[in-house]
Design a protein around this ligand. Structure first.
Ligand code: SF4
Length: 206
């Protein structure tokens, strides 16, 4: 049997994405000496180990409150800020709900979804495929950010001033629309350019 990869994260809380010492210790001790742990730029650890041990290791990691997600062509778990304004003001509960809805959905290419608890945007939501920004009591959603290359692109404002429920519905629709209409391996920002913002708005309005 070969090697397989999956993603691990401690999730997020006020203070950010924080690994506890016991989680790191167990991770290091159970994966075995042939395994590899990669620190990704989207706040997940990629663990690669022998296929036959994957399920057992996943169970042990889940038991110490680590979240397990698929690697590869899926929506990544939500990339959040540190909620420095506090759980309520920065919207921790809605961010958790959003993460539960979006993480690990198969897509034509990997999709990164960012969340910021205020307009300071310290989690860089405008450099994500989809960026959600909490603005006091409402949310703005940006699409099409691309941080790579020497000419990075900021995401464009897709919708502004929506409530939490509308925000969740819109993000869900964006993912589904990409699933249905994206070409295999097409990057989300390229997909947005090909479709155009106007057509995307029109399609998601239905
Ligand atoms: S985006 Fe706002 S609430 Fe979140 S950590 Fe940055 S400054 Fe704090």
């Amino acid at each position: 049997m070969g090697m397989m990869k999956f993603a691990v994260t401690p999730g997020f809380e006020v203070g950010g994405t924080i690994l506890k010492p016991e989680q790191l210790a167990l991770l290091g001790s159970i994966i075995g000496e042939n395994a590899k742990i990669e620190l990704t730029n989207f706040k997940q650890l990629y663990v690669e180990l022998e296929e036959e041990r994957i399920e057992e290791v996943k169970r042990e990691l889940a038991a110490i409150e680590l979240e397990i997600y698929p690697a590869g062509f899926v929506t990544k778990s939500l990339i959040t800020c540190n909620f420095c304004r506090g759980a309520e003001d920065a919207g921790l509960a809605i961010a958790e709900k959003l993460n539960d809805m979006i993480a690990g959905i198969p897509t034509p290419s990997p999709v990164k979804i960012g969340y910021a608890g205020c307009a300071l945007g310290t989690s860089e939501p405008l450099l994500k495929d989809i960026g959600v920004v909490k603005m006091r009591d409402t949310f703005d959603i940006y699409v099409g950010g691309e941080p790579k290359s020497l000419k990075p692109t900021f995401a464009e404002l897709f919708i502004t001033g929506v409530n939490a429920e509308q925000m969740m519905i819109t993000v869900d629709k964006l993912i589904t629309y990409f699933q249905m209409n994206g070409k295999n391996k097409e990057k989300f920002p390229k997909f947005i350019k090909r479709i155009s913002m106007d057509k995307l708005r029109e399609a998601l309005a239905n």
